[in-house]
Write a protein that binds this ligand. Sequence first.
Ligand SMILES: [Ca+2]
Ligand SMILES: [Ca+2]
Length: 356
Amino acid sequence: MGKLVFISLLVAALSALLGERFVNLRRRALASRELVQNHLPNCVTLKNLNQGSEDITIIRDGLAFISTGLSYPGMPDPDGPGKIYSLDLQDPRLKPLELRVSRNFDLDSFNPHGISAYVSPSDDEIYLFVVNHPHHGSQVEVFQFVEDDQSLLHLKTIKHELLHSVNDIVAVGVDSFYATNDHYFSNTAFTSLIELVLAQPWTNVVYYSPDDVRVVAEGYYLANGINTSPDKQHLYVVDVLDHNVHVLERKEDNALVPVKAVAVGSMCDNVEVDPETGDLWLGCHPNGWKLFMCDTKDPPGSEVIRVQNIHSDQPEVTQVYADDGQVIMGSSVAATYGGKLLIGTVFHKTLVCDLK
Ligand SMILES: [Ca+2]
Ligand SMILES: [Ca+2]
């Protein structure tokens, strides 16, 4: 059965069963609006990164890590297994490099999703935490980045029943992190669709360390991107379906206390934080319905939103880039360094633009 036929039947059945309530839920879940083009100068697509770049993170000196080749229920499948690339934003050639991975790791089933880099303050070693969905499961891989030969040394795989549907992750130590679960059930195309149309606040944030794993925040419709403030005292959790960034305070025992929610007016996905200014950069989906349908004749657009002064009484929310899908479809992440903006997508190209 075609995707459109199946969805139409499901929507008709749920409308009959739930009436007005379902219509309201669906409106919120797949909010759509017309997009006015808002382009930036000197945009170019990055070589070899046209099968998605779901998550990107930039560490010191403009070194970016990029996850590519995500296979996710309901989205177009990539040609082969996923990969991790690095990109030196100080090098004007802007050439992404595929990172080699140590032999003890199963590359054939590698399906990387959210990523987070942790630079150890004691020895400056760089650890890359990668959400992985081999065979559509859910686990976290911890790698050490070996800069000299641009490779990743696989250190360990972390699995836990609370990490059942992980979307994104933020490392807070060499073996500790916070992660979002984007579904209540395990993530399959069917449960994904059911949860999307029912739009219930069933998803959560989990804290993980080797001797302490627990749910530390919950009540999100679809928890997605997660990151910390530069001083690591606050966490930002992006809920795609309620169109908010949730600000939480991090306690000594790693518990989280909700502070406030900041409306961003779009279905935002991953969040990167500028280490100098503390600004939040969000890759967002302006039209959830089009993203879900993935029809290249009526493509999903892309939108980048910046939030400044998020801890003040009046955070400034600005749209920095918007495209109707002719240039780039399904933006999931945005990250900046040195006046450049990198835009990654769930299954399409990767763009780099000048901010001015
Ligand atoms: Ca991330
Ligand atoms: Ca995400």
